[in-house]
Design a protein around this ligand. Structure first.
Ligand code: NAD
Ligand code: MG
Length: 388
C-alpha cells in the first residue's frame, strides 16, 4: 500500500485526486487531507478514506472539524503550522493542490520528508523554483508536474536529451473572453471571467485563464521546471484545449501531447509514475473532432504574458513578487474593487516598485526571503489600489 496525502483536498484538483484514489482503495493508505474552509467536505472525505489526520487552514473552524470527526479516531488540527505538520507526516506521495503562495511551505515540507511531490501548485515553482528543486534533490524526493501543460512536456521528454530541446510551446484556451472584442474587457465581471469554455477548475485559476495570468505563471513554471531559456518558451492560443503542450527538438520534430481536457489525466500520470495505468478519461475521436485551430497569443491583448517575460529577465525573487501582486489584484477584482484590465496594471506597478527597492529581488531564494518579497508585493498592491 502506498501512503498518500492530499494538500488542498477539498478543491478541484484535490477532489479529482481523491476520485482516482477511490477507484483503487486497496492500493492506498491516506495519511493526511487538508482543506481551506470547507469543513463538511474535508470531514466527509477524511472518514470515507480513513485518513489519519485532517487539517483545516482556518483555525476558527477547528471546533466544527472536531465535532464532525468525533469518535472516528481521525486527528484534527488547524492553522498554517498544522498544514506543514500534515505535509511532514511520512508519505510516499503528496499532492500539492493548495491554491496560491500558501502552498509553497507545505510542499517544501513534503519534500523534506522524502516524498514524491505531485505539484499542481504552480505558484511554488513561480515563487521559488530553485528552492523547490534543491529541496527535492537534498532529500532524495521528486517533483512531478501536475499542471496539464507541464505534464505534457514531461511526457514528451521521456527518453529524450534535454540538450536537444529547441523550444516548448504551451497552449492556452484563451479563457472566457477569447472571442470578446478588446474594448469590452474593461467591463468584464468576476462571474463572466469565472466561466471557462473547456476546463472545470477552481474560481481563481479560471479567472487567471481569462486574464492569461495563468499562462504567464505557466511560462515561468516551464522555465524553472525544465531549466529552459525564456526565449525557448512560446504560447499559442488553441481554443479546443486538446493539445496541452508541444516540445520542438533540434531536428525540427515537434512532439504534441493530446488528451481530453480532464485533469485526472495529469494527476493520474503523476500518481502512476513511473508506470502508466488505465484512467477514466474520455478517449479522443479524431475524425469526429475534425479540426484543431491555433491563434497567436497577443501580448497587447494579454499584458500578463509580457509581464512574465519581464519577470524571467529580472530573475531572483521577481516571480514571488509577480505572483503575490497578482493574488492581491485578483482578490480585488473578485471583490469588485478594481476592473478586469486593472489587474495587469497593478501587477506591473508592483513589479516596478520592487525593481526600485534595493536588494529586494536579488536576495537569495530562501523561504524567508520569498515571504518577505511576497509581503512587500501584497502591501504595495494594496497601497496602489487604495483610492486617494
Ligand atoms: P481550488 O480553489 O478549487 O482549491 C484550492 C484548495 O486549497 C482547496 O482545498 C482550498 O480549501 C485550499 N486553500 C485555499 N486557500 C488556502 C490557504 N490559504 N491555506 C490552505 N489551503 C487553502 O483550486 P484548484 O483549481 O484545485 O487549484 C489548486 C492548485 O492547482 C492551484 O495552484 C492551481 O493553479 C493548480 N492547478 C489547477 C488546475 C485545475 O484544473 N483546477 C489545473 C492546473 C493547475
Ligand atoms: Mg495549466
Amino acid at each position: 500500500m502506498r501512503r498518500v496525502s492530499v494538500l488542498g483536498a477539498t478543491g478541484s484538483i484535490g477532489q479529482n485526486t481523491l476520485d482516482l484514489i477511490a477507484r483503487a482503495p486497496e492500493a492506498y493508505q491516506v495519511v493526511a487531507l487538508t482543506g481551506g474552509r470547507n469543513v463538511a467536505q474535508l470531514a466527509e472525505d477524511a472518514m470515507k478514506f480513513r485518513a489519519e489526520l485532517a487539517v483545516v487552514a482556518d483555525p476558527a473552524l477547528l471546533p466544527d472539524l472536531r465535532d464532525r470527526l468525533a469518535g472516528s479516531g481521525i486527528a484534527a488540527a488547524a492553522g498554517a503550522e498544522a498544514l506543514e505538520e500534515a505535509a511532514l507526516r511520512p508519505a510516499d506521495w503528496v499532492m500539492s493542490a493548495i491554491v496560491g503562495a500558501a502552498g509553497l511551505a507545505p510542499g517544501l515540507r513534503a519534500l523534506e520528508q522524502g516524498a514524491t511531490l505531485a505539484l499542481a501548485n504552480k505558484e511554488s515553482m513561480v515563487c521559488a523554483g530553485p528552492l523547490v528543486l534543491a529541496t527535492a534533490a537534498a532529500h532524495g524526493g521528486r517533483v512531478l508536474p501536475v499542471d496539464s501543460e507541464h505534464s505534457a512536456v514531461f511526457q514528451a521528454l521521456i527518453g529524450e536529451d534535454i540538450a536537444c530541446v529547441e523550444r516548448v510551446i504551451l497552449t492556452a484556451s484563451g479563457g472566457a473572453f477569447r472571442d470578446w472584442p478588446a474594448e469590452d474587457l474593461a467591463h468584464a465581471t468576476p462571474e463572466q471571467a469565472a466561466t471557462h469554455p473547456n476546463w472545470a477548475m477552481g474560481q481563481r485559476i479560471t479567472i487567471d485563464s481569462a486574464s492569461m495570468f495563468n499562462k504567464a505563471l505557466e511560462v515561468i513554471e516551464t522555465k524553472e521546471f525544465f531549466d529552459l531559456r525564456p526565449d525557448q518558451i512560446d504560447v499559442v492560443v488553441h481554443p479546443e484545449s486538446l493539445i496541452h503542450a508541444l516540445v520542438g527538438f533540434c531536428d525540427g520534430a515537434l512532439m504534441a501531447h493530446m488528451g481530453a481536457p480532464d485533469m485526472r489525466h495529469a494527476i493520474g500520470f503523476a500518481l502512476n509514475h513511473p508506470g502508466r495505468a488505465p484512467l477514466p478519461v474520455e478517449r479522443l475521436d479524431l475524425a469526429k473532432l475534425a479540426q484543431l485551430t491555433f491563434r497567436p497569443a497577443c501580448e497587447t491583448r494579454w499584458p500578463a504574458l509580457r509581464l512574465a517575460r519581464e519577470v524571467m529577465a529580472a530573475g531572483g525573487l521577481a516571480g514571488a513578487v509577480f505572483n503575490a501582486a497578482k493574488e492581491r489584484a485578483l482578490d480585488a477584482f473578485i471583490a469588485r474593487q478594481i476592473g478586469f484590465l486593472q489587474m495587469a496594471e497593478v501587477v506591473e506597478q508592483v513589479l516596478d516598485r520592487a525593481t526600485g527597492e534595493p536588494g529586494l529581488l536579488q536576495a537569495g531564494i530562501t523561504l524567508d526571503n520569498v515571504r518577505q518579497a511576497d509581503h512587500f508585493a501584497r502591501r504595495s498592491a494594496d497601497e496602489i489600489m487604495t483610492p486617494t
